[in-house]
Design a binder for this molecule. Structure first.
Ligand code: IMP
Length: 224
């Protein structure tokens, strides 16, 4: 699922990026207003010859509704909309938590699991409540992140990352955001919210998807 396009399309994408590089640097707009996500993405893309812009630089761009039923659908919709609005290369992600015993819920509803604008604590409370009778060995879950890179002309490429783990029985830790306080990455006795940002980046779904994006940009910039 990583790259969904035929090879001539990839060539066209590479050409679009190389063309952007001819002007001395590449500018990428991160199509999110979530400050934690901007921090995470900027940290991982640090050191590349890329100027990162955020939606704060383009206040007139519209809020994009996440109404698709897949992470990929939402990421592509957001990236294309912001690339068209800013006339620049845009990167958007959609991510969430999938709990196997809940048939993949909260999934694309992760941010709104307990209702609109209720917040992380309410989402965690609802999740723990839904899972109150699920024994430890069945509390398996994964975070999923799909990143879409889109051009103003509407062409795009996608990258996916996963973080496998388990859901605990009570929140632990104060770092991160969202479901971090109840998510134990596989092989660790600490939640994401008990890890430093660097530790989480190395294990997280978003970290893995951004590494794939970074690898793609590096190869494209160097012409490999
Ligand atoms: P979105 O990608 O902005 O739609 O966010 C989806 C939701 O999934 C977030 O609001 C969080 O509830 C959850 N989520 C996504 N990534 C993470 C993560 O790294 N840690 C904890 N929760 C996350």
């Amino acid at each position: 699922m990583e790259i969904l396009c035929p090879s001539f399309y990839i060539t066209y994408l590479s050409f679009s990026i190389s063309y952007a590089m001819l002007w001395g640097f590449m500018e990428i707009v991160l199509a999110t207003r979530n400050k934690k996500k901007v921090e995470e993405m900027s940290r991982i893309l640090e050191g590349m010859d890329i100027v990162i812009r955020t939606l704060d630089d383009f206040p007139s761009c519209p809020e994009v509704e996440e109404d698709k039923d897949t992470f990929e659908g939402n990421a592509v919709k957001k990236a294309i909309s912001i690339a068209e609005c800013t006339n620049k290369i845009a990167v958007a992600d959609d991510s969430g938590l999938e709990v196997y015993a809940l048939n993949g819920a909260p999934g694309v509803m992760s941010a709104r699991y307990s209702g609109e604008n209720t917040g992380d604590a309410a989402n965690i409370e609802k999740l723990l409540d839904e899972m109150r009778d699920i024994p430890d060995e069945k509390r398996v879950a994964r975070f999923v992140c799909c990143i879409a890179l889109a051009f103003p002309a509407g062409n795009f490429v996608t990258f996916v990352g996963f973080a496998e783990g388990k859901i605990g029985i009570e929140p632990r830790g104060r770092m991160g955001f969202g479901y971090d306080p109840v998510f134990y990455p596989a092989g660790y006795g600490r939640t994401f919210a008990e890890m430093t940002p660097g530790e989480k980046d190395a294990l997280s779904h978003r970290g893995k998807a951004i590494e794939k994006l970074k690898d793609y940009l590096t190869r494209t910039i160097s012409g490999d």
